[in-house]
Design a protein. Structure first.
Length: 226
């Protein structure tokens, strides 16, 4: 894989298994309005487009909601989630070892996630991931979410890189589409929350074990954040 001078990672389903805490918060918010809980596989199928989409899908799956109810349940979800960002959430096996390798190679690293910036940063702090990253770009009110390329391009720029010098690593079709929209190379972690097939990718473009990520950095971008 030529010319990898910076790496940007998706967060949920790529670096961390966060679905159990998203399920905890979603089910608490559903319970408060008398709805039945959702199982983990169902919650996983709702992850990837941000918390608003997750809550909207959870409500649609349990009887629907008008906009006022949606806003109430979203606020409750965010409240419970803020208290539980790492109750069950952990990095995937061998993620830390991989990050150590990339850091030893001296290349700048970033995160670009559809999770809101607050919980994304809190998780990275609490799981001791934050020191590896030069930039963490999360979802912000009023800003377009992935697959819009803006947040990925902003992460790469913050690392002092051009798009053709960077690699994006993600678990979902949203991430793949984001990389395409930004014209950034993509590597697929297939051990996460993929919920749409990616037939255009070959075996050489994916990995399901962080001990076998197959990414070899070549030089480094001149990040002024390092
Ligand atoms: O919040 C989500 O739905 C997905 O977050 P991710 O972009 O880190 O996978
Ligand atoms: Mg993801």
């Amino acid at each position: 894989m030529p010319n990898v001078k910076a790496i940007v990672f998706d967060l949920d389903g790529t670096l961390i298994h966060s679905a159990p805490d998203l399920q905890l918060a979603a089910n608490a918010a559903l319970h408060a309005i008398g709805r039945a809980p959702l199982d983990l596989a169902t919650i996983i199928s709702f992850i990837g487009d941000g918390v608003e989409a997750l809550v909207r899908r959870a409500l649609d799956a349990t009887g629907g909601a008008d906009d006022a109810l949606f806003q109430t349940v979203l606020a409750h979800f965010l409240d419970v989630y803020a208290q539980n960002v790492t109750t069950h959430t952990r990095p995937y096996v061998d993620v830390i070892a991989a990050l150590e390798q990339f850091r030893a190679a001296g290349i700048p690293l970033g995160i670009c996630t559809n999770k809101p910036t607050g919980p994304a940063r809190a998780i990275c702090e609490q799981l001791a991931l934050a020191p590896y990253f030069d930039v963490i770009v999360g979802a912000e009110p009023g800003q377009p979410k992935k697959p819009d390329p803006a947040s990925l391009l902003a992460s790469i720029k913050a690392l002092g890189c051009d798009p053709d010098q960077a690699l994006y690593v993600g678990d979902s079709a949203v991430d793949y589409q984001t990389a395409r929209n930004a014209q950034v190379r993509f590597r697929h972690f297939s051990g996460g929350y993929l919920n749409t097939a990616l037939p255009e990718l070959g075996d050489a473009d994916r990995f399901d074990d962080w001990a076998k990520h197959g990414i070899t950095p070549t030089g480094r971008c001149p990040s002024n954040l390092l």
